[in-house]
Write a protein that binds this ligand. Structure first.
Ligand SMILES: Nc1ncnc2c1ncn2[C@@H]1O[C@H](COP(=O)(O)OP(=O)(O)OP(=O)(O)O)[C@@H](O)[C@H]1O
Ligand SMILES: [Mg+2]
Length: 255
């Protein structure tokens, strides 16, 4: 977290929000304020409501109650937010660059600007040399990088990531985690990152939000939010890293 991030206005804020479908509430009492460049990880058991919360934070799902200030775009050539999913969802009939340009098509940009704006994030994820390749000629990790580049191209104020690395092998996953750490410094975007992997959450985030069911039959809640105050570059080797991971695991195990 940089001082600059803290001093600026929040990009997103929800207070006492409840979420659900028709007559059921699946998640209640959620508070979250997010500043530029902040990184929040959301963890919790399968079905607890992590993806649903992301959808609400993006404004795709109206809350049943509570106050929500979702991100809005700053300018006509940016988007308020973008989302990265588990699978990159690339269009096979478009080359890599064409896939990244997709998100830019509704924005007020000339064709040349669109092209430039697509190449920038491709360079950030180390794929600028593959811009003219077809998606099926890329590895799974490279395809997922294209998905991340596509999300960054719109210069979102908030980047939502829903288990973005869970379909990847362990080595590729590690590499992309390192890339995301580096990327955090080069983008203004705040990031909300859903993962099943506690170690990944503690490795990447400023804060880890744990969702859990305190009582069966009751909506899930934020059972704890832990700050991760460890240097980003060398977290895995830090003596406090493993104990913090274990602490989060213990909290999740209680719900
Ligand atoms: N459109 C919908 N209509 C009704 N119920 C839904 C809908 N979408 C999700 N749910 C329910 O809401 C709960 C939370 O789902 P959600 O997808 O948010 O969980 P999750 O924490 O992301 O799980 P996972 O880790 O498996 O991805 C689940 O019980 C699910 O069945
Ligand atoms: Mg989910």
């Amino acid at each position: 977290m940089t001082a600059c991030g803290m001093n600026s206005a929040p990009v997103l804020s929800v207070r006492n929000v409840s979420l659900g479908f028709t007559d059921t509430t699946i998640l209640a009492g959620v508070d979250l304020t997010l500043h530029p460049q902040e990184f929040v990880a959301i963890v919790g058991a399968s079905g607890v409501g992590k993806s649903t919360l992301l959808r609400a934070l993006a404004g795709l799902l109206s809350p049943q109650s509570g106050q929500v200030e979702i991100p809005t775009a700053n300018t006509s050539d940016t988007r308020a937010w973008s989302m990265v999913f588990q699978a990159p969802r690339l269009f096979p009939w478009r080359k890599v660059r064409g896939n990244v340009e997709l998100g830019l098509e509704g924005l007020s940009l000339s064709k040349a600007e669109r092209r430039r704006r697509a190449l920038e994030p491709l360079a950030l994820v180390g794929l600028d040399e593959l811009a003219e390749r077809w998606p099926h000629t890329l590895s799974g990790g490279q395809q997922q990088r294209v998905g991340i580049a596509r999300s960054l191209a719109v210069r979102p104020r908030v980047l939502f990531m829903d288990e973005p690395f869970s379909a990847l092998d362990a080595i590729t996953r590690r590499r992309l985690q390192q890339e995301l750490i580096a990327l955090r410094r080069r983008t203004e975007a705040a990031i909300v990152f859903v993962t099943h992997d506690i170690e990944e959450a503690v490795l990447l985030a400023d804060r880890v939000m744990v969702l859990g069911n305190q009582e069966t039959g009751q909506p899930a809640r934020v059972v704890e939010t832990l700050g991760v105050d460890l240097p980003l570059d060398e977290r895995r080797d830090h003596p406090d890293f493993a104990p913090l991971v274990q602490r989060v695991e213990a909290i999740i195990g209680n719900y």
